[in-house]
Design a protein around this ligand. Sequence first.
Ligand SMILES: [Zn+2]
Length: 173
Amino acid sequence: MKCPFCAHEESNVKDSRPAEDNTSTRRRRECPSCGGRFTTFERIQLRDMIVIKEDDKRQPFARDKVLNSLRVALRKRPVDIERIEKTVSAIVRQLESFGDNEIPSRKIGELVMKALAHLDTVAYIRYASVYKDFRNTDDFNEFVADLQAIQLSTNDADIDFKVKKKKKPDTAA
Ligand SMILES: [Zn+2]
């Protein structure tokens, strides 16, 4: 890493530690030429990952969109942001592990659903209730907006009611 003070081509790592909840590595560096000290962060960057939407349109993968959809689903739920961030990192790692640079948006939706199922039941239901719309919309942002609209018109009691109302298959017949 080039020294930002004297532009010397190399620098020595003095200290290296996990940061931002293990999603990055913080390195303290020292320039052997001028003795200047600076810090670098190493993060996983999915710059080559492309999301393929249901209508075959493509867009670059954006971690923030996954984070945003989780935050919307978990609004006013007892799940702190640190846990949500951890979950997003886990989802990103899973996407990476597929080893394919082209990811169907459906796959991301499924991972978000799975994550929410572990995090918070109400948020899971919120997300699942609009999941079919998400699959048909050409814009992930539109999906988030739809989710917000549903949250404005649906409180937790309504969701509980819908769940209780769901009929079980009548196996006695
Ligand atoms: Zn230097």
